[in-house]
Design a protein around this ligand. Sequence first.
Ligand code: IMP
Ligand code: MG
Length: 184
Amino acid sequence: MALVPRVFLTAEQIQKRVAEMGAQISANYPEGPLYLISVLKGAFIFMADLSRHIRTPARIEFMGISSYGRGKTSSGEVKVTKDLDVSIEGHHVLIVEDIVDSGVTLTYLMNVLEQRRPKSLAIATLLDKPEKRLRPVQVSYVGFTIPDEFVVGYGLDFAEDYRNLSDICVLTEDADVAGLGAGD
Ligand code: IMP
Ligand code: MG
């Protein structure tokens, strides 16, 4: 069965929404430094675009958290694969995420970061898939709320593929292509 990416959100739609989110965040944080903490790897493009629309002096940090295996479903296991290099104590912190699905990853990350006593801690996510939420998460900034479809592109992957697409696409199994024997 061939997997075919079908455009769901165009690069133009994404850019417009990211600019709006940046303006809103800038208004809500008049004073810096604002620590933008992005979760690798999926959020790397969103972080790059969003941070350039934030007028508040910001510092960019990355963490690695993994809750998925190589497939489309969660392994249920969360682990830190890369920790912060800096202290966030007494600072405003905004977690920049690509997508919230079950909420397991962000619940875990919020608990980890809260213990480090930031001045404030909030979440900005480009995509929210609320249908399969297992843990309630309070997300302050949402780009798009989407149905329970597996999406790729704009940083998001399926088994490490498709991250470099400019659009966000739904990955569907193309029966026609498969019927022609063009893939598996
Ligand atoms: P959660 O812990 O279930 O909320 O999963 C969050 C993480 O799973 C995200 O940061 C993504 O890395 C990954 N993920 C969830 N849904 C998708 C999807 O539709 N496409 C690609 N990755 C996804
Ligand atoms: Mg992620």
